[in-house]
Design a protein. Structure first.
Length: 332
């Protein structure tokens, strides 16, 4: 099995390493990369630590598997014959603390087109019969996928299940630690945390709901504003909303990330505070089913954090907002 995707990587660090190698047409040997990473560039991991030899190996191996680098006579070189390479070289901007939108898109295209990433992860999102797709096709046609832990006493092992929410027969069981590291903490992490074209929200009784989202877009988002206006009751004085239910419904439908969706709702609250009431919940209640600090952080992704530091779980919207927003010029 091709499970080279094991573990998280910093795509900012991958960009820096790629750009360094791109400056040397003749290629760079592994020892030269290690010296550059630690002594000259002071390349760092997500936690801010200087990279080890093992990390440099993992980073260059990731770039090679993605088709961004090739090895010629023991030297790593840019894969200049790769069709996407000219675009990547054009948009690459080293030295910044975050990837630009263009950089994220190009790296995402490399990840989605990789056969191993597709087989073990992205294919689960696609409708039945759709096997030929690129990043654009994935973002347009990808369906929600759920991942959850399953307790099987007879097997006496911890396993995870990933399944397509609309095609339950499309599923993958994760039984080994190598699979877990490659799928859940490798390619899933890349797509969600590093490149931002998959979103995820935890739902009690379901698990982690993952769905494709556009890499960028406006805040406030016109689609979310329109959906909110249509959802406000014309009869009842106040319409209650569960933010996580909105995220689980509107996120996949409009391909909108939690940051954009919740940012839009916060924009509405700031613009029309007389018509919107935010309802907080306690952090302990929001994380009641979490079994570790990492799980607590994961569960809290589904809540808005307001300027007072409260976790907002629900909101109530007055019916007059529906009238006001009809006349309010919505942002393009």
């Amino acid at each position: 099995m091709a499970l080279w995707m094991r573990g998280s990587v910093s795509f900012v660090a991958l960009r820096e390493l790629f750009f360094y190698i791109a400056q040397h047409p003749e290629g760079v040997r592994p020892k030269e990369m290690e010296t550059w990473a630690r002594e000259k560039a002071r390349l760092r991991t997500q936690s801010g630590k200087l990279v080890s030899k093992t990390t440099v190996y993992h980073y260059r191996n990731t770039l090679r598997h993605l088709g961004i680098l090739v090895v010629v006579n023991g030297r790593y070189q840019v894969a200049r014959e790769e069709p996407l390479m000219s675009e990547l070289l054009e948009v690459i901007r080293p030295g910044t603390p975050e990837l630009s939108l263009q950089e994220r898109e190009l790296f995402a295209r490399f990840v989605v087109q990789n056969p191993d990433c597709r087989e073990y992860f992205f294919d689960l999102f696609m409708p039945e019969g759709v096997t030929d797709y690129d990043l654009g096709g994935f973002l347009e046609k990808g369906q929600p996928v759920v991942w959850r832990r399953v307790e099987r006493e007879e097997e006496r092992i911890r396993i995870e299940e990933l399944y397509n929410l609309e095609q339950r027969e499309k599923r993958r069981w994760i039984r080994s630690e190598d699979e877990r590291q490659a799928i859940l903490y490798g390619v899933r992490y890349w797509a969600r945390n590093e490149l931002g074209f998959i979103e995820e929200i935890f739902l009690e009784g379901t698990g982690g709901l993952m769905f494709p989202v556009s890499l960028g877009g406006p805040v406030p988002d016109p689609c979310i504003l329109s959906a909110l206006r249509e959802a406000i009751s014309a009869q009842d004085e106040w319409t209650p909303f569960s933010l996580r239910k909105l995220a689980a419904t509107w996120g996949p439908k409009y391909r909108v990330s939690l940051d954009r969706l919740y940012g839009t709702l916060q924009w509405v609250y700031r613009k029309f505070p007389q018509y919107v009431v935010l309802i907080p919940t306690s952090e302990s209640f929001a994380t009641i089913t979490a079994t570790s600090p990492q799980a607590e952080k994961y569960h809290l992704r589904g809540y808005i954090r307001d300027e007072k530091g409260r976790y907002i779980s629900h909101m109530r919207v007055h019916r007059k907002l529906k009238e006001v927003m009809v006349w309010e010029a919505l942002p393009v």
